[in-house]
Design a protein around this ligand. Structure first.
Ligand code: MN
Ligand code: MN
Length: 296
């Protein structure tokens, strides 16, 4: 395959803009349809298009709860989905596309895909920021050294991130599947773990910017999001997660929403949750430090 510029890796039909026109400060949405590193079920590769369908559906509108209308926001750009090879080739494509956007002083939002994609995304962020904090919201710590013979499984991305020294702090919230191996990994890497059983509303995470937010949808209780590959009861309500996101007061420079599995969804409700989270995190990225109208 001939060497191509990173622009052409995006599906032209889904790309309303190109890298060339991305201005500094833009917030760029990229779909990363990859589920080849999922250990239990495939399906997450279908997620970006389902989330966009929910977002653009007449069932709702493009406004976040604070009134920010993404339909009127020229700084928010949907580039479409990344065209991907497989394995390390795909990881290289993800990393170079994100790096290309960061080089334009854009902030990058990704729609997975399974959680394995966050490792190549953070390789690009780690090269751009030397003081990045990652807020990782998940039922699972994803810290396995290897899982079923794979070191790039979606059970492993944060082990790779920490080994490579890509981030200054990793703060995990919502964890409820910690086992001895992953506990040892968390201790070894200095991961700050707030297990779901210890979380309470308003808990001060002492976050500082620049912040990257990685949202594995299974951090939510499966009662709210049946469309994920790993149902892990006892998670956040949608409202609790929204309040956590809306309460962020530091610059958010990147985010991902991963692990929607449309094969398991019921009536598209999980895709709609993902779309809502996307609207809210976009509002937070557009208005860093803003106090939500409900608190005024
Ligand atoms: Mn995960
Ligand atoms: Mn998970």
């Amino acid at each position: 395959m001939p060497q191509q510029s990173e622009y052409t890796r995006f599906s032209p039909s889904a790309a309303p803009g190109t890298f060339d026109h991305i201005l500094p400060g833009s917030i760029v949405l990229v779909g990363i349809p990859s589920d080849e590193n999922s250990s239990f079920m495939q399906g997450a590769a279908l997620a970006p298009s389902r989330i966009r369908e929910a977002l653009r559906s007449g069932e709702t509108n493009l406004s976040a709860e604070d009134g920010t209308d993404l339909g009127q926001e020229s700084r928010w750009i949907d580039l479409g989905d990344l065209e991907l090879g497989s394995g390390e080739v795909a990881f290289g494509q993800i990393e170079s596309a994100v790096a290309g956007l960061l080089a334009r002083d854009a902030r990058v939002q990704s729609l997975g895909g399974d959680h394995a994609i966050t490792y190549p995304i953070l390789r690009a962020f780690g090269a751009r920021y030397d003081d990045l904090t990652v807020l990782h919201l998940d039922a699972h710590p994803d810290l396995y050294d290897q899982f079923e013979g794979s070191r790039i499984s979606h059970a492993c991305p944060f082990a790779r991130v920490m080994e490579d020294g890509l981030v200054a702090r990793l703060v995990q919230v919502g964890i409820r599947t910690m086992n001895p191996h992953q506990r040892a990994q968390a201790d070894r890497f200095g991961v700050e773990v707030i297990e779901m059983r210890h979380w309470r509303p308003g808990l001060d995470l002492s976050l500082e910017g620049p912040l990257y937010v990685s949202i594995d949808l299974d951090v939510l209780d499966p009662a709210f999001v049946p469309g994920v590959s790993h149902h892990e009861p006892g998670g956040f309500s949608v409202r609790e997660l929204l309040q956590l996101l809306q309460g962020l007061r530091v610059p958010v420079v990147g985010a991902d929403i991963v692990e929607l599995n449309p094969h398991r969804d019921v009536g598209g409700c999980t895709a709609m949750v993902a779309a809502k989270l996307l609207k809210e995190i976009t509002s937070v990225m557009l208005h860093p430090g803003a106090v939500s109208s409900s608190a005024e």
